[in-house]
Each structure stands twice: as structure tokens, then as C-alpha cells.
Write a protein that binds this ligand. Structure first.
Ligand code: CTP
Ligand code: GDP
Length: 226
């Protein structure tokens, strides 16, 4: 039995973190921990951190580091028996440092995707807010247009996925992510993947993880995204 495996995945909005995380979880049997899902669960359950987080998200702002870490770190403590991949956290250096005090990471995956590609993808992104399921009208369309495959409920497009909003989001992402990327680079665990297509990146990520998680059976042929 090998030791437990811990990874994070970083990248700008639309870079494919959610899509690739699902493939990794499916192929390598890791738990996919989405910080966005944790935030939404806490908002729905009206926890103290959830109530605080909601006031920021409503204004389109990032949740402050202290609220985010208070919400997330207890969830990680519940996962001590599992290998996991954390998606959407850390976003800032303070979050990376808090995570570093809580556990040792094996790998930080960094997705580097051209701006034009991000714009194009997010223009076609539709989501099912209650579950966080993500579709793309070209790449992985729902079976019925505008309808979630599992629940039959309507899909929506997020306001901040519009191209005009994306440029500002991306600028902000670059500013806050740079120190996090440097932090993981200095630790020698940063792996950057650059391409316009998830299907091109995926085999490289799969190969990397196969060397890092040798005892878990991988299935590089998997193409399911949800
Ligand atoms: N470390 C984090 C993770 C999430 N959030 C907040 O929770 C929301 C939902 O997170 P996520 O599902 O990751 O959504 P997006 O920002 O839409 O991420 P992406 O477009 O990269 O998928 C974010 O918008 C942000 O307000 C945050 O502030 N800090
Ligand atoms: N056209 C295309 N769309 C993709 C590709 N990879 C992911 N997507 C879609 O692009 C959008 C953003 O991907 P997502 O996984 O949500 O990225 P995240 O914001 O980083 O979590 C979603 O609608 C995905 O279905 C790809 O290689 N090509």
C-alpha cells in the first residue's frame, strides 16, 4: 500500500480544472474536492462561513482568505484517510501557506491556456448550479439543450463567464496566482501543462500521475467528464 496522494490543480477560469479533475478522480480513484462546491454547500447549509462567503460572492468578489480557510481546512481533516485532488484552492499565497501548514502536497498541476481559448470556452459554458455540473455546448453538450442530464432541471450561464467580465477576472487571476505558482515551483512540485485542448493535455497529466501514483490502476482511455 503506497502513501496517500495529495494534489492541487490551478488555472484561470475556463482552463479545464473541473473537467480534468473529474477525469483524474475517475481514472486514479482520488477524491475530487472542489472548493466551489464546498462554498455552495456551506451557503446552502447556512453555516457561519457560508453566510459570510455569500455576501462576497453576491458582489462577484473572492471570499477572504480567512473565511475560505476556515471553511476548507476542516473538510480536509475529514479526508485524512483518502488520496485527494483539490480544485479551486489555493487561489492566493495566504491560502497556499495555510494549506502547507495543514498537509504536504505531492503535486501542483498548473493549467496554462491561451486567453482566446478561455473566452471561447466560457461563452459556451452552461452550469447546473445546485450540483456544480458543467457542460459545454460544443465539447460536452447535455443530452437535451439547456437541461441537466441527471435531474432534468434547467442550466444557466454565469454572468461572469461573459467575455467582457472574463478579461478582468483573468487579470486578477494572474496577479494572485503568480506568487502561488512561484511557491510550488520553489517546492519542486509544480507541473505546468500548456495547450488549447483538454484532450491534448490529458495524456500528459495521466502519464505524470501514473508515475506518482504507481499502485493505483490508471485508465488513460477515460474520456468521461461528469
Ligand atoms: N479559493 C476560493 C474558491 C472559491 N471562491 C469563491 O467561490 C466561488 C465559486 O467557486 P468556483 O466554483 O471555483 O467558481 P469560479 O470562480 O466560477 O471558478 P472557475 O471559473 O475557475 O471554474 C468563486 O467565484 C469565488 O467567489 C473563493 O473566493 N476562493
Ligand atoms: N471546446 C473545449 N471545451 C472544453 C475543453 N475542456 C473543457 N472545456 C469546457 O470549457 C469549460 C470550462 O471548463 P471547466 O472544467 O469548467 O474549467 P474551470 O473553470 O477551470 O473549472 C466547460 O464548459 C468545459 O466543458 C476543451 O478541450 N475544448
Amino acid at each position: 500500500m503506497s502513501k496517500l496522494f495529495r494534489a492541487v490543480i490551478m488555472g484561470p477560469p475556463g482552463s479545464g480544472k473541473g473537467t480534468i479533475s473529474e477525469r483524474i478522480a475517475h481514472s486514479f480513484g482520488l477524491k475530487h474536492l472542489s472548493s466551489g462546491d464546498f462554498v455552495r454547500e456551506n451557503i446552502a447549509a447556512k453555516t457561519e462561513a457560508g453566510v459570510q462567503a455569500k455576501t462576497y460572492i453576491k458582489k462577484g468578489l473572492l471570499v477572504p482568505d480567512l473565511v475560505m480557510t476556515r471553511l476548507l481546512l476542516p473538510r480536509l481533516e475529514e479526508m485524512t484517510k483518502y488520496s485527494w485532488l483539490l480544485d479551486g484552492f489555493p487561489r492566493t499565497l495566504a491560502q497556499a501557506e495555510a494549506l502547507n501548514s495543514a498537509c504536504d502536497l505531492d503535486v501542483a498541476i498548473n493549467l496554462n491556456i491561451p486567453l482566446e481559448t478561455l473566452k471561447e470556452r466560457l461563452r459556451h459554458r452552461w452550469i447546473h448550479p445546485p450540483s456544480g455540473r458543467v457542460y459545454n455546448m460544443c465539447f460536452n453538450p447535455p443530452r437535451v439543450q439547456g437541461i441537466d442530464d441527471i435531474t432534468g432541471e434547467p442550466l444557466i450561464q454565469q454572468e461572469d463567464d461573459r467575455p467582457e467580465a472574463l478579461v478582468a477576472r483573468l487579470r486578477h487571476y494572474k496577479d494572485v496566482a503568480k506568487p502561488v505558482i512561484d511557491f510550488y515551483k520553489a517546492k519542486g512540485i509544480l507541473y505546468t501543462f500548456s495547450d488549447t485542448e483538454t484532450d491534448q493535455i490529458w495524456p500528459n497529466i495521466s502519464t505524470l500521475l501514473s508515475t506518482k501514483i504507481p499502485t493505483i490502476q490508471s485508465d488513460a482511455r477515460c474520456a468521461s467528464t461528469h
